[in-house]
Ligand binder design. Structure first.
Ligand SMILES: *Cc1c(COP(=O)(O)O)cnc(C)c1O
Length: 409
């Protein structure tokens, strides 16, 4: 890490137009990156360029705009495939986001799950990776097993291992917890699950932005993520899945683009990736997502990770010195997420008083109600850091928190 080239934060921040504004007279301090990241100029420009230069529908036009739109859209798929080390571009399925990607996996698993089969998730799931499997199990008679966490928010890996069985058909777990920041040892956990013959889905909504995801190295079967948490636009995401698994799966939605041959009586399906992508896709979204990936990829990854750890360490230190602050999620392996509560205060009130000082965080259950109950908290206030945040912004958070605490006393 020490050899990493330091980031030029001032130059980097200047690429994000939204950051340079005041909220009620205070400089904006944006610390809600686990909900969505801000967008660099390169992303905004790529989307604008598409609409101003070559807007057309893809794959079917007999004209040059359609050719150019198709070229940019399919090039975006190559960008994603290269970024995550996919064996083939056809393994990259465009979705509306992580949630839809997980639902496509659930649709595919539906025919395979039978009564008595098991699906293993963890106590730290986002609702997207919990409710989807809970419902799939209810429909099929499969049993949902939930691997417990320790009180510090780290996965109990021994319990995880002992919950794997010959009946485990799927293990679905997060790369990184959005509520706590816990970084799971997904490579080791995947190896254990594969040894039992299970398929493995990684919810990468948070993990993808923390860098270095190589799906072949992880060894999983599916990795799901969203563009908007990776500096790209909302409404676009990716399901990466092994072609050997996806190609035999039932289709997800039916309509244009995903077919091979259609008569009034019957239809046959196209090849991957189109067979899982019905209808006109989010063309500008895909192009914007690729621009976000390109922007992120030109940064020195070791420097990015070192910076994020420095922000987290600085924040954690101040939190430990802050009378009346309870940290929620102190696993040894964490990314830049600080979840906390102030004694005697509701997280929503803390969030409101921070907002009045220009500090944007998130409060509530973070789409993880069972996790909040497991930890015995009504919710948390969560500050989450991205590459463009500064140590001064962490200081600003704690100055604002002091004021909030005084006001709530
Ligand atoms: C944000 C998030 C999701 C859902 O992503 P969408 O973009 O809302 O589909 C799922 N899992 C985790 C861990 C998340 O952080």
């Amino acid at each position: 890490m020490s050899t990493a080239v330091a980031l030029n934060l001032e130059a980097l921040r200047s690429e994000f137009p939204i950051l340079h504004q005041t909220i009620d007279g205070n400089p904006l301090v944006y610390l809600d990156n686990a909900a969505t990241t801000q967008k660099p100029r390169a992303v905004i420009q790529a989307i604008t360029d598409f609409y101003t230069q070559c807007n057309a529908n893809v794959h079917r036009g007999a004209h040059q705009l359609a050719d150019e739109a198709t070229r940019r859209y399919e090039h975006a798929r190559d960008t994603v495939a290269n970024f995550i080390g996919a064996a083939d571009r056809s393994e990259v399925i465009w979705t509306s986001g992580t949630t839809e990607a997980i639902n496509i996996v659930a649709n595919g698993m539906a025919q395979q799950l039978t009564a008595g089969d098991e699906v293993l998730v963890t106590e730290m799931e986002h609702h997207a990776n919990l409710v989807t499997w809970q419902q799939a199990c209810l429909r099929s008679g499969a049993v949902l097993k939930v691997a417990p966490i320790h009180d510090n928010g780290a996965l109990d890996t021994d319990a995880f291992s002992s919950l794997l069985s010959e009946r485990t058909r799927l293990v679905a777990l997060p790369h990184v917890s959005n509520a706590l920041g816990t970084l799971n040892p997904i490579k080791a956990l995947t190896a254990q699950a594969k040894a039992k013959g299970a398929l493995v889905l990684i919810d990468g909504a948070q993990g993808i932005a923390h860098g270095g995801v190589q799906v072949a190295d992880i060894g999983c079967d599916f990795y799901a993520f969203s563009g908007h948490k990776l500096f790209g636009p909302t409404g676009i995401g990716v399901l990466w899945g092994k072609a050997s698994v996806l190609q035999d799966w039932p289709v997800w939605q039916t309509g244009g683009e995903m077919i091979s041959r259609v008569s009034y009586q019957e239809s046959s399906w196209g090849e991957l990736p189109n067979r899982l992508e019905a209808g006109t896709p989010h063309i500008a979204g895909a192009i914007g997502m690729a621009a976000g990936i390109n922007w992120f990829s030109q940064l020195d990854l070791a420097a990015v990770q070192a910076h994020e750890q420095a922000l987290l360490a600085h924040a954690t230190q101040q939190a430990q010195d802050f009378a009346g602050m309870q940290l929620v999620g102190t696993a040894p392996a964490k990314v830049g997420v600080l979840s906390f509560n102030l004694a005697g205060s509701h997280p929503a009130d803390v969030g409101f008083l921070l907002d009045r000082q220009g500090v944007a965080i998130r409060t509530g259950d973070h789409c993880a109600q069972p996790l909040m109950r497991r930890l015995g908290v009504p919710g948390t206030a969560r500050a989450s850091f991205s590459v463009y945040n500064t140590l001064q912004e962490v200081d600003a958070l704690f100055i604002a928190l002091k004021k909030a605490q005084q006001m709530l006393a």
